[in-house]
Design a protein around this ligand. Structure first.
Ligand code: NAP
Length: 470
């Protein structure tokens, strides 16, 4: 599939295969762009400024709603493509499609709500006699750099609010899974003037880096790993930057918790998308009093997962993005076992598949839980009391989301206040998000928020206009 730049299809002499991680088949090829092509995309995006800014908010909103209808009409085709490029079970791809449609719809609605506010200058010294108000204005060109795990919805979380507030966009999709995003941008381009949305494929180290350092890009909206995010923040200079980075989310299960509910939470939280979820349950912190019962029930439910062909609707555990990624998970789990952890079920790799794995006797010092393990692994850390549970939950550089299971709401509130994370859910695993909520981590998990309304705030600048009426 070609890139889309200024409304034209552009290729390159260098091509990269997009491979289905389940069967190794080449699905398609994409161009490997170099710096010159990125410069062309930046120029085309800047050229589209006038035609986009001339559109009324009414028109922008209607056009986004038109794309919503197109995406709905192509839901199954897009889901099939998602499954083949990411290896996620088809039912999960259909859920990603439904969320993508919802995210786009939220942006179409938000396009009509880009408000400023009146500002009482007379509340400040010498401010009497003014009528003042603010406007929220577009920033210019937004570069959206996105990861492989939820390639479509996470990219729509950037493109859609950007266009809703009249920014042009250059999308750099993940090299391993670029196709659904590129196809979606074609739909957008049918509605908006050429150059409003552009795609550039190629390696992050060249294409991504050039977008980050270019003086003609006004905003970087990045979702991906902490390592890349840190590099971007060092290189972006004066540009506005939003960073949605990795997670290492805790789930605390207290002695009074509804164990079945907590087990269900882990099945979703640790194994969804083969554990490749930023807000996945990465550390289960279980009270010693119930840890045994909890682990037994968790093993029983884990063994019910069906690993297999991701395009089969009975499959509940697909592949990881690549064999290399599965090997990394295997190595991390094996190291934890060498250090004293005990596999209760799973622990075996087959190509890009890694079994759903429950691992007990994990300690906070193990790499398995110090770093983000991006695979289907549920590590159990046993603790003796509330203080220890909260301490372990916070003993991490990450702070994306967290879940606390208890029926004691005073205890739940204490945890919610003391856990350092962007979101704390009570009686729900961290692996939950609605697309309108403010989403974004504390500590190394990120800078800024997404969730359409919040993304619009990060993609606009505020101008104050003051009329001296005296
Ligand atoms: P990644 O390796 O950081 O890649 C993300 C994107 O950045 C890709 O498009 C990549 O391009 C590009 N990139 C790589 N090096 C770059 C550079 N030097 N400059 C600019 N861009 C560069 O992340 P990933 O492995 O795809 O995704 C997994 C990570 O994303 C996990 O840590 C996960 O927790 C995190 N994540 C966070 C959220 C959130 O909302 N907080 C959501 C989903 C995922 P290439 O593909 O060409 O390398």
């Amino acid at each position: 599939m070609d890139m889309l730049i200024g409304g034209k299809h552009i290729s390159s002499e260098d091509l990269e295969d997009v491979v289905n991680p389940y069967n190794g088949e080449v699905i398609d090829t994409v161009p490997i762009a170099h710096r010159q092509t990125v410069d062309l995309a930046i120029a085309e995006a800047n050229n589209a400024k006038e035609s986009l800014c001339e559109m009324s908010a009414f028109k922008v909103s209607n056009k986004l709603f038109n794309v919503v209808e197109k995406l709905k009409a192509n839901r199954e085709d897009f889901a099939g493509l998602l499954t083949s490029e990411v290896g996620k079970p088809i039912n999960e791809s259909l859920v990603e499609m439904d969320r993508s449609i919802e995210t786009l719809k939220l942006a179409a609605e938000e396009a009509k709500r880009i408000y400023g506010e009146s500002v009482p200058l007379d509340a400040g010294l010498n401010g009497k006699g003014f009528f003042a108000f603010t406007q929220r204005l577009p920033l210019g060109v937004v570069a959206a750099i996105t990861p492989f795990n939820y390639p479509l919805n996470l990219t729509i979380h950037k493109i859609a609010p950007a266009i809703a507030c009249k920014n042009m966009v250059i999308v750099k999709p993940p090299t391993e899974a670029p196709l659904t995003v590129m196809k979606f941008c074609e739909l957008l381009n049918e509605e908006f003037p050429d150059g409003v949305v552009n795609t550039v494929t190629g390696y992050g180290s060249e294409v991504g880096d050039h977008l980050v350092t270019s003086p003609d890009i006004n905003k970087i909206s990045f979702t991906g790993s902490i390592t890349t995010g840190m590099m971007i923040s060092q290189k972006a200079g004066m540009k506005k930057v939003t960073l949605e980075l990795g997670g290492n989310d805790p789930m605390i299960v207290f002695a009074d918790a509804d164990i079945d509910k907590a087990v269900k939470g882990v099945i979703n939280g640790a194994f969804l998308n083969a554990g490749q979820v930023c807000m996945g349950v990465k550390r289960i912190i279980a009270d010693n009093e119930i840890a045994e019962e909890f682990a037994e029930k968790l093993v029983l439910e884990t063994e019910k997962l069906v690993m297999g062909d991701p395009s089969d609707s009975k499959t509940t555990l697909g592949t990881l993005i690549s064999e290399k990624a599965a090997m990394q998970v295997e190595e991390t789990v094996n190291n934890a076992v060498s250090d004293g952890a005990k596999i209760l079920t799973g622990g075996t790799r087959d190509g890009a598949f890694y079994e759903a794995t429950v691992i007990d006797n994990v300690t906070p010092e193990m790499d398995l839980v110090i770093n983000e393990t991006f695979g289907p692994v549920a590590p159990i850390i046993r603790v003796n009391d509330v203080d220890e549970a909260i301490k372990v939950a916070n003993e991490t550089d990450y702070g994306l989301q967290a879940g606390v299971f208890t029926n004691d709401y005073a205890l739940a509130m204490r945890c919610a206040q003391e856990i350092e994370a962007g979101t704390v859910f009570v009686n729900k695993q961290s692996t939950f998000r609605t697309d309108n909520m403010p989403f974004g981590g504390f500590k190394s998990s990120g800078v800024g928020k997404e969730g359409i309304k919040y993304a619009v705030e990060e993609m606009t600048k505020t101008k104050l206009i003051g009329l001296n009426l005296r």
